[in-house]
Every structure is written in structure tokens, then in C-alpha cells.
Design a protein around this ligand. Sequence first.
Ligand code: G1P
Length: 308
Amino acid sequence: MTQSPPKITKAVIPAAGLGTRFLPATKATPKEMLPVVDKPAIQYVVEEAVAAGLDDVLMVTGRNKRPLEDHFDRNYELESALAKKGDESRLAKVQESSDLATMHYVRQGDPRGLGHAVLCAAPHVGREPFAVLLGDDLIDPRDPLLQRMVEVQEEHGGSVIALMEVAPEQVHLYGCAAVKPTGDSDVVEVTGLVEKPEPADAPSNYAIIGRYVLDPHIFDILRKTEPGRGGEIQLTDALQQLAATHQSAAAATEKIGGPVHGVVFEGRRYDTGDRGDYLRAIVRLACEREDLGPDFKAWLRSYVTEEM
Ligand code: G1P
């Protein structure tokens, strides 16, 4: 009897970064806690994992990240105060984040790069495929990406990354993929990867955005990955090795770690680590909210026509 592949249930969220682009707001508050309308940015990311069926969430944190743990935990004092007042709707909002997922935390200690943060998840993840979600990337909840990536992983095995076409002058801000087409219009096979290339060295304009579904073999590679761009252990470099091994062994029977595929995303994505994009995310999501949208849009229209 053949065993069906393990179902993906675990999500890893690296959250040890210092958030220097948002100083002074992030001096004493983790950048992940900055509100997008009225929810901290990180809650959207956990909700996205849960919506894709991953309700075991490991956050890789560091010093000064206690508010993250508190946000996803119960707050009995606040809950009983709201219950006493009979404020059911706010009570539900407070309880929502603690009921979302089973949360786990591990500390990165020494911030040695994204690859190193992912490696910190190895003892928790074990030998199953798992997802990685970067907190700075906010994917609009109406444009599901992770579900599609999980589906593609279930079909092809190996690892799956999220790709987005960007303008050539933007490529140096991202990991960049060399790809070839597959039978599915939104799926490509990744033949090579380079982290933040100079424009002349970019193999394409397919940029990696912060969603990954990874084969656990990535841990074995990360343990041996030398610091790369910026002196950091890069996840992109480890994925490049996975892709290269698969390409070279493609004809052989042993395909350690499996292929690397890319899902090409054409939906709405905001880089909440960038101040301009953070503001755009707030305006857009606020406009679309049933409770706030109508008034806010009316004000925005008059502001734009009268003041700008
Ligand atoms: C990281 C990855 C990069 C990827 C990006 C997506 O870079 O190293 O390959 O394109 O996330 O947001 P960072 O933005 O953390 O420097």
C-alpha cells in the first residue's frame, strides 16, 4: 500500500527583524504589531496561514518581541472588563486572535539571516513539508496564494515558492528566479535562483515574494549554507541548491528534496515593511471595509479633490 504524502499543517513565521525602516515607531514595539487599519499586521499573516489549513504556527522571534506572544494569548483582565460591560463585539475581537491557531515560539538569538531563522524551526517542524510566511508581505485575503501553493506542492512534491513579475529596476530588491513553463499557466518550474541580483545578472523579472512551501530537506542544506548576500545565511541560496540538485539529478532515480516550482501571483500584495506601501495597504483595506469604508471613501474623495 502506498502512503499518501503528509498533509501540510505547520507554518513558520520569521519575526525577529528589528524593523529599522519604521523607527521611531519600532523602538519599543515590534514592527509586526503596527496596525493595518485596526489589526496588527502579523494577525493578517496568521489568518492567511489558517485559511490555507495550517493552524500550527511557529513564530521565530527575538528580543523585544513579547507583545507578539501576548497578542495571540488570552487577556483575562481585558476580557472580564468587556464581559462586565456587556460589550460582546469587542470581546469577540479580543478573543479572535487567541483562538486562531496553536501558537509556538522559538527565539533566533543571533540574527544571521532568513535562512538561519528558518533553520531555527527544524526541531519543531521535523521531517514534514511546511510553509514559511514572511510578515512584511501582506497578501490580500481575497487573493488566496498559499492555498494554491499547497495544492501545487501536493501535486508535484518538493518545494514551491511564490513569484511575482516586477519591473526590471525592482528586481535587485528581491530573490530572482530562472524559470521554465509547465502545463499550468500559473505554475513554473524553477531552474535557478539568485538573491537580490544586479540588474545585469538577473535571470528574469520573476521576484520571490514572501511565501514558501518547503521540503524538509531544506534544513539539511541550510545547515551547510555559507553566509551569502549581506553576510547573511540566505534561504534563496539553499533553494538554489535544491533546484540545482534536482536539475542535475533529473534523469537519475534519486531526486533528493524534489523539484522547486513557482506559483505566479497576480493578486494584491503589500510590502508592509515599506512605509509607502504600508500607507497604501491601510487606505485600500479601510476603503473596502463595510464599517469604515463608506465614510472614509467620501472623506478621501473630497480630500483628494480639494487639498491635492
Ligand atoms: C527576503 C528574501 C528575498 C525575497 C523577499 C520577499 O528578503 O531574502 O529573496 O524576495 O524577502 O519579500 P528581505 O526583503 O527580507 O530582504
